[in-house]
Design a protein around this ligand. Sequence first.
Ligand SMILES: N[C@@H](CCC(=O)N[C@@H](CSS)C(=O)NCC(=O)O)C(=O)O
Length: 314
Amino acid sequence: MLNQLRLIRVVSILSSSPRSINIAAPSISINKLPSNIRPTRSQLLMGSSSYTTSSHSSKLLFRQLFEKESSTYTYLLADVSHPDKPALLVDPVDKTADRDFALVKELGLKLIYAINTHVHADHVTGTGLIKTKDPSVKSVISKSSNAKADLFVEPGDKIYFGDLFLEVRATPGHTVGCVTYVTGEGPDQPQPRMAFTGDALLIRGCGRTDFQVSCLVEVQRCFTSLCIHRQDTNKFIFTLPKDTFVYPAHDYKGFTVSTVGEEMVYNPRLTKDLETFKGIMENLKLAYPKMMDMAVPANMVCGLQDVDGIAKAC
Ligand SMILES: N[C@@H](CCC(=O)N[C@@H](CSS)C(=O)NCC(=O)O)C(=O)O
């Protein structure tokens, strides 16, 4: 079926000549480099502030973007070594869709996907708005979310943008359809790897598990999808290498990034046994998200508040 793909490969993979320098490395003095490997102005523009981590890939452009009302992070990733500069946005927000779309244009990228980690409850996704600006952009969400989108992913799927890709891992618990997108493994892929965890794994926390009918089941799902060490690498986040960067959809304390290793040691919820974890999650006493009653129905159909109108855009 067209919109239920096990494997998404959008643009033809073109090999690019290897670069001998990492133009993102701030310690290199550009003018001291021989002219034949000195970056051009546009390379400098793309490379000078493309990273907020020490991930190394001459191909990846990476930006962490923030929406302050819901404390949401949106992530922009692009393969800038590919001639088309294919890009994707993870968890765009309606309020910052104009900003993010303008940034994509300024950087000369071709946005191909607007991807959601799950059906958000605290803000409206920017996916629908972005599609009205560029109808060629495909919306993506997990099949298990039961939301509308152009493409549905399942655990184990790979989402290609140029030579780079994201793997899909199931991380249910906050919602049934929560997934984490992890950068690929391979010589040309970013190192360390990067995990876009949505609300499943937060920095020193995790997503609330009280939205479902049976909270206890969701608490258990959350714990097992994040913590239990097994060989099923499509599922468990803590099986990723310890240096994998953790990029959540929210942070309420000013953190921007963590690592799997750090969360395995310092996460105050996920370092506990299952019974203690259940107790913590049942007693969070978090307020009902302010926008939940509006955001969830909107996000089930791609994010525009006009539900009838957006059904066509998804
Ligand atoms: N006050 C905010 C919602 C805060 C909240 O509930 N955050 C969620 C993720 S967004 S649904 C969560 O899982 N938090 C876990 C935690 O421990 O904070 C609002 O009204 O929107």
